[in-house]
Structures are given as C-alpha cells and as structure tokens.
Design a protein around this ligand. Structure first.
Ligand code: MYA
Ligand code: JJ1
Length: 388
C-alpha cells in the first residue's frame, strides 16, 4: 500500500499496539563517512537547487510555487498562502542550515517546480530531548504530480539532515501515512462571519439568519484582562521560563531556550503575534498567548481573493482563566481584521474551544516522527508541539 513509506524507519501499521517494541530510535545512526556523499538522482529533466531565501528573487520563486501548488482543503476552495516574510522567518531559526532548503528546477528553463525544507529543533519525547529536523513545505508542482518525485525529495532531505549528524525528524500532514503519533482536529472561530459565509468557508446554521449569526460572533472592542499587553524583547527570559514550565507536562513538545523564544515568539508584524499578562502589582508574567498569520487564497470567488486567518500557536494560562485569556486574543485578532481564528485540539485547547464558539473544521492534521518510536498513540491533549 505504501511502497515508499514501507522502506523507511517509521512506525509501521503492522506494529501498532506492539508494546514489546522499545521507545526511541528505530535504527541507529551510521558513521558520517557512510552517508551518501552525492545527491539522489532525479528524473533527467530536473536538477537540485539549494534555495537562498535571503535572495529576494529566490524567495519570490518559492512563494509563487507554494501560492499556486501548496496545500488545499478537501474541496479545493482554499489554498494556503504563506507570505514571503513568513517563509523567511519559518526557515531561518537559530542554527538553520541553508542546505536543508531544497528546490527542484527544470534544467532547460530553470523554473522551480518542487520544494522541501528542514529546520533544526530540539524536541522532547517523554524524558528524552532529541535533536531533530522539522520537515515542512513539501510541494510538487500540480503538473508533475504522481511521478514519485516526493520520495526522492524526502530521501534527499534525509541525506542532508544526516550529513549534519541528525537522525530524527518531526512533520505533520493532512494525509494518513505510516503512522501518526497523534491525529488532531482543526477548530475555527468566526471573526467575520459574513465574509466566511460569502466565500463558502462556513455556512449559515440551521434556523439562523445573517444578522443573528453576526451577533452570535460579536466581540468586545477592547481586551478585558488588566496587564494584558504585547510581548516585548525584554520579556524573552520570563516568557521562556513560563513556557518551558508549561510544556513539561506534554509527552512530545519542543525544548525552547531563550534564543528559540526570541525567534519563534517575539512579535513580527503579519507573521507572529504574542501577548502576555503582566501582573500590575508584582510585574510577574503569568499568562501568555500567541498566533501566527497564514492567509489562504480563495479559489474562484468573484468578490474576495484572500482569507485572513490567525492560527493559535503557544498559549500558557497560570493566573487568568483559559477562557478569558483566549477571548482576549480573539478580541486582538478581530481588531487586526482577521476573518477567522483557527486552533488545533492540542495542549489545553479543548478547555476553551467550545465555550468560545469555535466550530469543528473538516480538516485533520496528523503528527509524525521519523526514526523515533513512541509507545502509544497520543491524545491531542498530550501533544505540546505546533508546526507552521
Ligand atoms: S505536509 C504538506 C504536503 N504538501 C502538500 O500537500 C501540497 C500539495 N501536494 C503536493 O505538492 C504533492 O501532492 C506532494 C506529494 C508533494 C505532497 N508527506 O511524488 P508522488 C507520499 C509525506 O508520486 P505527489 C509537509 O510538508 C505518498 O504516500 N509523504 O506524490 C510535511 C507516496 O508514498 P507511498 C507523502 O502527490 C512533509 C508518495 O509520497 C505526502 O506527486 C513531510 C507519492 O509520491 C506527504 N504530505 O507528491 C515529508 N504526500 O507510496 C516526510 C504523499 O509510500 C519527511 N506522500 O504511500 C520525513 C522526514 C525526512 C527527514 C529525516 C531526517 C532524519
Ligand atoms: O479550513 C478548513 N476547513 C474549513 C473550510 C472548509 C471548506 C470546504 N472544505 C472549515 N470550515 C468550517 C468552519 C465553520 C466555522 C463556523 C463554525 C462551524 C465551523 O472546516 C480545514 C481545516 O478544518 N483546512 C484544510 O483542510 C486545509 C488542510 C489541512 C491539512 C494541513 C496539512 C498541513 C501540512 C503541514 O505541514
């Protein structure tokens, strides 16, 4: 059934539920001298390219490829439209390797037709922190689908990760592969219900009028929590402590240090937004919330071309109730003109989704590890990891 994935060191369907298998690497590292030194062969019309996202020209080529060919919903109504600034941010975390930003070009025209990326990350699974690659942005041009290019690209990124002496990876996908460590669901909170209905993102509920729907999703103009403010550079140490302490409780979570928090969570306009609660008396940082900006192109609508979506990222509540904290972030997102606020059912998100009028989406997101077995399939609430 999975001619490629059956050959890879990943959990296989036949091993699900076999508790005699140990947690940890599926196969040991090989000596670096035994890692293949040359790139894998592509079909002869194509060649490898390493993409320098610092180059405006190359960044635009990647942006155009993804804008026209990346992930769509099951009815092909929307397509992710990552911005160039977002791609630069996502691909340049501390310690990144340019060699892990891999493109495929047509030899004759030099047109970019496929892409895959990795970035390094420390991820804890149970009690063990493992240096991994996070793999993302796998994309093959629509005209080149089903030619088995994806397995070659996955093998090539694996080879380049191995060359840096890294032997594990984490990734998410909307499709089922051997085998998910967890399967999560998307939830959506309408901020601009009229537009969402007009573009077919949502539907008018039974026995609902447009004006009742607009009223249902109305939010206050101002946040309500005293001491709620945008995160600033001087907050990095306090946010790192708060987040590290919070993420301890999950079975799989990133091991963020201050450099990671500075990169991944300091606000970057139209890319990542972070807010915190500073106690007005003690000045202690007690709560935190964040989202990233990922618009979708609306395919074939006369009136609208993009859906402005915020995606829940890392959130921590210690003093303010989850519902109040997340309601404040919805207020912020509404004020910034987002049409919808999306969240997965990971971490403690179930505690606020229904109450804050999120509705279940039609999309699932499966989480995977490469060359690392964990003993049980995780409930989404046991996952402390959000990939972009
Ligand atoms: S998930 C986002 C993926 N991108 C999209 O969905 C964008 C739109 N779709 C496309 O561009 C193409 O359909 C893609 C497949 C490129 C997805 N992850 O070339 P093919 C397997 C892994 O004929 P195409 C993200 O970015 C499929 O099961 N494998 O197919 C994370 C089959 O194998 P098998 C996938 O449709 C990516 C084979 O590919 C995926 O032309 C993580 C068919 O190849 C998928 N999303 O191209 C990658 N979709 O026969 C893994 C299909 O066995 C990283 N396939 O079933 C692993 C870790 C590597 C690093 C390790 C370091 C140590
Ligand atoms: O956005 C998604 N679904 C939307 C739109 C559905 C359009 C028709 N298919 C959705 N809308 C309902 C919202 C409604 C709001 C009011 C309350 C009730 C609910 O469900 C879905 C997620 O649900 N998105 C996708 O399908 C995109 C792909 C998701 C897989 C991503 C793989 C990522 C790869 C990562 O590297």
């Amino acid at each position: 059934r999975h001619k490629f994935w059956e050959t890879q060191p990943v959990g296989q369907f036949k091993d699900l539920g076999d508790e005699s298998l140990p947690e940890g690497p599926i196969e040991p590292p090989t000596p670096l001298s035994e890692v293949k030194q040359e790139p894998y062969n592509l079909p002869s019309p194509y060649e490898w390219t390493t993409c320098d996202l610092d180059s405006e020209y190359t960044c635009n080529e990647v942006y155009v490829l993804l804008t026209n060919n990346y992930v769509e919903d099951d009815e092909n109504m929307f397509r992710f439209n990552y911005s160039k600034e977002f791609l630069r941010w996502a691909l340049h975390p501390p310690g990144y390797f340019k060699s892990w930003h891999i493109g495929v070009r047509v030899k004759t025209s030099k047109k970019l037709v496929a892409f895959i990326t990795g970035v390094p990350a420390r991820i804890r699974a149970s009690d063990t922190v493992v240096l991994m690659a996070e793999i993302n942005f796998l994309c093959v041009h629509k005209k080149l689908r089903s030619k088995r290019l994806a397995p070659v690209m996955i093998k090539e990124v694996t080879r380049r990760v191995h060359l840096e002496n890294i032997w594990q990876a984490a990734y998410t996908a909307g499709v089922v592969l051997p085998t998910p460590i967890s399967t999560c669901q998307y939830w959506h909170r309408s901020l601009n219900p009229k537009k969402l209905i007009d573009v077919g993102f949502s539907r008018l509920g039974a026995r609902m009028t447009m004006s009742r729907t607009i009223k249902l999703y109305k939010l206050p103009d101002q946040t309500v929590t005293p001491g709620f403010r945008k995160m600033e550079p001087h907050d990095v140490p306090a946010v790192t402590r708060l987040l590290r302490n919070y993420l301890k409780q999950f079975v799989v979570a990133p091991d963020f240090d201050e450099n990671d928090v500075e990169h991944w969570l300091l606000p970057k306009e139209d890319v990542v937004d972070s807010y915190l609660v500073e106690n007005p008396e003690s000045h202690e940082i007690t709560d935190f919330c964040s989202f990233y900006t990922l618009p979708s192109s609306i395919l074939g609508n006369q009136n609208y071309s993009t859906l402005k979506a915020a995606y829940s990222y890392y959130n921590v509540s210690t003093k303010i109730p989850w519902i109040q904290l997340m309601n404040d972030v919805l207020i912020v997102a509404k004020k910034k003109d987002y049409d919808v606020f999306n969240a997965l059912d990971v971490m403690h998100n179930e505690t606020f989704l229904k109450e804050l009028k999120f509705g279940l989406g039609d999309g699932k997101l499966h989480y995977y590890l490469y060359n690392y077995r964990i003993k049980h399939v995780l409930r989404p609430s046991e996952l402390g990891l959000v990939l972009l």
